[in-house]
Design a protein around this ligand. Structure first.
Ligand SMILES: *Cc1c(COP(=O)(O)O)cnc(C)c1O
Length: 336
């Protein structure tokens, strides 16, 4: 569809990248970016265990092995200081996830990648429009992957995703793989998949992209109200927004003891919350084969028992945020 092509051009520009190929989900974007970069059986890819499973499942789907490293307890993002110890001769890539809308600490990650000759593929599925030292999320890696699932900062009317890259060969390969391995209909250069972005989604995304900065601004304003209201409250740790980043608050995640109790208590007051994520990936049954045990990623394991996502979306009013904060403070003072 010409609408898809127009959206791709606009979104590449928005991400300060040369190319964008639309696909049918963020998961497909990750999978195809890995395939296009030539990653497969025998390769290892480093990532974090506090992410949605699509990040690591895409690595496995490409035939490679996910290697989990610990996170930074203040930003919840991958801890660059822990990456180097996980590098082996098989390591081909690292996938930093710009979690909750805050870019991972890209400078040290890029230094490590350059030193060891490994590539970076950004999981920017929660970070449309986020910035690190003035550069947009999606402009750092060999490729960057976005999701347009309706709940994301930029959402389609259904499922969608994109691979953004400066590398024309990666872009070309994603385009071939998303369409059954062909450039021309019924002429198959290799076996591919049906992972195209639908025309309808491209049309919706092209229009909604124009609103993204405004919506991100509203999210950031709500985050500011949360910070103001909860500033001197004991028993709660607010997310740290590093000075050199622009956080786009896909989620507003705080740390508390007894998060389950807080969730129940808030639910009774009509406030919905979530856990992102509830269980660390390395200890899930799906990754039993990796042989992890409790204590392997101590920061991830500790933090993931305490995180809770407070309401966050562009339509949230100041009154609503103040109400939520009031109930959070009631819960914490009842406990004290
Ligand atoms: C949403 C998300 C994905 C997967 O995107 P889908 O479009 O749902 O397939 C991958 N990684 C992260 C961090 C996400 O938030």
């Amino acid at each position: 569809s010409p609408r898809v092509a127009e959206f791709e051009k606009n979104f590449a520009g928005y991400c300060q990248a040369g190319h964008c190929a639309g696909v049918n989900s963020g998961t497909a974007a990750l999978f195809l970016a890995l395939k296009a970069a030539g990653i497969g059986p025998g390769d290892e890819v480093i990532t974090t265990a506090n992410t949605f499973i699509a990040t690591s499942a895409s690595i496995s789907a490409a035939g490679a092995k996910p290697v989990f490293v610990d996170i930074d307890g203040t930003t919840f993002n991958i801890d660059p200081r822990k990456i180097e110890a996980a590098v082996t001769p098989k390591t081909k890539a690292v996938i930093p996830v710009h979690l909750y809308g805050q870019p991972a600490d890209m400078d040290p990650i890029m230094d490590i990648a350059a030193k060891h000759g490994i590539i970076i593929i950004e999981d920017a599925c929660q970070a449309h429009g986020a910035e690190y030292k003035g550069k947009r999320a999606g402009s750092f890696g060999k490729a960057a992957c976005f999701s347009f699932y309706p709940g994301k900062n930029l959402g389609a009317f259904g499922e969608g995703g994109a691979v953004v890259t400066d590398d024309g060969r990666i872009d070309e390969e994603v385009r071939i793989l998303r369409d059954h391995g062909s450039r021309e209909k019924y002429m198959h250069i290799r076996e591919g998949f049906n992972m195209r972005l639908e025309g309808m989604q491209g049309a919706a995304l092209r229009l909604k992209l124009k609103k993204l900065d405004e919506w991100n601004g509203l999210r950031r304003a709500s985050a500011g109200i949360y910070r103001r209201e909860l500033a001197d409250t004991g028993g709660i740790l607010l997310p740290e927004e590093k000075g050199h980043v622009k956080h786009v608050y896909h989620l507003f995640v705080v740390r508390v003891k007894e998060r389950e109790k807080m969730q129940d208590c808030l639910k009774q007051k009509g406030i919905a919350t979530g856990f992102h994520y509830k269980y660390p990936l390395h200890l899930q049954e799906a990754y039993k084969y990796l042989g992890h045990k409790e204590g392997d990623l101590p920061v991830t394991e500790k933090v993931m028992k305490e995180i809770i996502s407070l309401p966050m979306y562009p339509g949230l009013t100041e009154e609503q945020v103040v109400y939520v904060c009031g109930e959070v403070k009631n819960f914490l003072s009842d406990k004290a």
